[in-house]
Design a protein. Sequence first.
Length: 362
Amino acid sequence: MQAVVLVGGEGTRLRPLTYGTPKPMIPLMNVPFLERSLLRLKAAGITDVILPAGYLPEAITEYFGDGSRLGLRMTYVIEETPLGTAGAIKNVERFIDGPFFVLNGDILTSLDLTAMIRFHEERGGLGVLHLIRVEDPSAFGCVVHDREGRITAFIEKPPRDQAPTNEINAGTYLLEPAILDFIPPGRNVSIERETYPAVIAGPRPLYAYTTDDYWIDLGRPEHYLAAHRHIFDGRMPLGIEFTGDAVTGPGAATYGPGTVIGPALVGAGSYVAAGARVGPYVALGDDCVIEEGAVVRESILWDNVRIGRNATVEGAILASRCSIGEGASVFRGAVIGHDVDVDPGSVVSGEARLGKGPVRVS
């Protein structure tokens, strides 16, 4: 069994965080999200991983190398131009030699991959798509299937009152190599809009595998924040246990004289000064400094972030090496990119997107 992890997107919805960091490398509890996904694959016995990369690929290749540090064999295929979900898979066809998983690079889920393998082996179709149920399917692609699970239709972003089902494409697929015959080479192809509809029109079926597992798309800042809170609360199992006011993480026992209110994660080398308060629901990266009187709540701070004296940060995301000046206030919903300095006494609104260069969010 192999896996193709789609990591080529630019992560425009997460800007300015993704100006200097490709979306798969944004930290989730201080570890690159892609590493979390790769460890899930390894736990399911899948150690041969292919990564079609396009945006800032060197950040991925330099961090993971050949994958041996994680006990994996990793193959990189760099896209010169974006090829879409199906085009990216077709572009790595020469490395595929059997059934393979496809994982969208921005989906966090507790899906049991081994159970999905068993389901596929029982059905014997051309592939299996993981589905989840949502309250409002209008922002997603609905997938219609019969009682046996055979998929009969794909409906992209229907109006809520017209949606035929609340089951949506959850972005994990288990496919047979024969599906590659449905994808034309050398151009941008969407697997959801073009490939799957062509497959279900033929004789070999695609099956739906619907579960109630945890699932969230990390592609928006508010979802990225929510995912951390869900991990802190135990809704998404990640192998990290937060019990009561316990603080978990390298360096947590030596973070300084300040107060850390759990659940919280403190990275190696971070320092909380006397009179400063961190938590609850804070993921503090490595080598951060929280100065005297500062307050940080319900926020994600990447590495080497400095919060000045008496500054307040609440419900925000701060990328690496940014600095919040003395007495400044950063309000809920704000996103601050790499290497940004916020002046002392400034007020950063919840709608703010601060980053180097123009910040465009789509």
